[in-house]
Design a protein around this ligand. Structure first.
Ligand SMILES: [Zn+2]
Length: 98
């Protein structure tokens, strides 16, 4: 599944609920899911758990993008255009700390 397909899937499954919840509460849920991902990583809960949590974070990010009517795939292309958004290189050659 590519980014556009994922965003469309989340739109079909959740847009009605996302609209009912609203932008601010959807943003809070996204932070909540990011906290769960952080917990899974920092407490070393294993690859399966981390994989579930990273999928949740991406799904909630899709919900946010859907509410904001932002095409995530296009946003990524606009920002990164197949290279680092700052130095334009692959791999990144920025000299600040990673
Ligand atoms: Zn760079």
């Amino acid at each position: 599944m590519d980014t556009k397909e994922a965003q469309n899937l989340m739109r079909r499954i959740y847009l009605k609920r996302d609209k009912a919840r609203g932008l601010e509460r959807t943003l809070l849920r996204t932070f909540h899911e990011l906290g769960e991902l952080s917990d899974a990583i920092l407490r070393d809960k294993g690859q399966a758990s981390i994989s579930d949590e990273i999928a949740d974070v991406f799904a909630w990010l899709c919900s946010l993008a859907n509410l904001l009517e932002i095409d995530l795939s296009q946003a990524l292309l606009n920002k990164y255009n197949n290279a680092c958004s700052r130095c334009g290189k692959v791999p990144c050659e920025c000299t600040d700390s990673p």
